[in-house]
Design a protein around this ligand. Structure first.
Ligand code: ZN
Length: 114
């Protein structure tokens, strides 16, 4: 896979999960595109990190949405805890990233399959 393919696939996975939760507003898609652009440099410097990039993009988008007042994404709706909390990517830096609820200690879905 070329770097373009890797980044395109990562963008598509994250966009799918944004879309599933109805959080794919123009502002959020701008954040996503900015993150993907910045991660290009990272994966160019470290080609072995290609299979980790989707998880990195998801975490970057998550952090920037929170910092930018765009809300917590994705909210956990999988467990019994009714206090608002978001899912986290695991592994933080690794292949086959998936969403987990840290409160319940459960895996919720693969990235791109929320
Ligand atoms: Zn939860």
């Amino acid at each position: 896979m070329t770097i373009d393919d890797v980044l395109f696939a990562a963008r598509a996975q994250v966009l799918r999960d944004l879309n599933t939760r109805g959080t794919d507003s123009a502002k959020v898609v701008d954040v996503l595109d900015q993150v993907v652009t910045e991660r290009r440099w990272w994966v160019e410097q470290w080609p072995d990190g290609a299979e980790f990039v989707a998880g990195q993009v998801a975490q970057d988008v998550q952090d920037r949405m929170l910092d930018g007042g765009l809300g917590r994404w994705p909210r956990c709706i999988a467990c019994d805890d009714t206090s608002p909390h978001e899912l986290r990517i695991e592994p933080e830096l690794g292949p086959e990233p998936h969403w987990v609820c840290e409160k319940a200690g459960m895996t919720v879905a693969a990235l791109g399959s929320l």
